[in-house]
Design a protein around this ligand. Structure first.
Ligand SMILES: [Zn+2]
Length: 141
């Protein structure tokens, strides 16, 4: 895959400023901030996936896509509720988002936007410098 010009090798991965913050759901007396945990994970890991895919051939991308689909289809419940496949299902989600970031306009899911090049309506272009989802120089992380 090739990264389009305008974003660095890690692409643009930001919190979607248009997504309303869900109210915290309480289950069993504990705070269950699934959305917040997934967003934090994706903000940290998807840039690495995008960078890793930079030199991947189409065959490698297809293999990773098939593995991610299989993992999420088989163990997506562990992603949300925990279980022995939670780590692998989270990794599969980050891989899927990293692959989809290469599509025109990137991808927005779970309150996170990821893309590899400038495009119309990119949430990364609207965020102020120094926001938690941008790097120190104001560029997308
Ligand atoms: Zn974008």
């Amino acid at each position: 895959m090739t990264v389009r010009k305008g974003h660095g090798p890690s692409g643009c991965v930001v919190l979607d400023p248009d997504r309303p913050r869900p109210s915290r759901v309480r289950r069993g007396g504990r705070d269950d901030d699934f959305d917040g945990r997934v967003q934090l994970y994706l903000i940290g890991v998807v840039p690495l996936v995008i960078a890793e895919l930079r030199n991947a051939g189409i065959g490698e991308v297809v293999r990773l896509r098939v593995e991610a689909v299989h993992e999420l289809g088989s163990h997506g419940d562990d992603l949300q509720y925990g279980g022995r496949h939670q780590e692998s299902s989270r990794r599969a989600l980050a891989t899927a988002i990293g692959i989809l970031a290469h599509a025109d306009g990137g991808v927005t899911a779970f309150g996170v936007h990821a893309c590899t090049g400038p495009h119309e309506g990119c949430p990364g272009a609207r965020l102020p410098v120094g926001s938690p989802a941008t790097s120190g120089d104001g560029g997308p992380i």
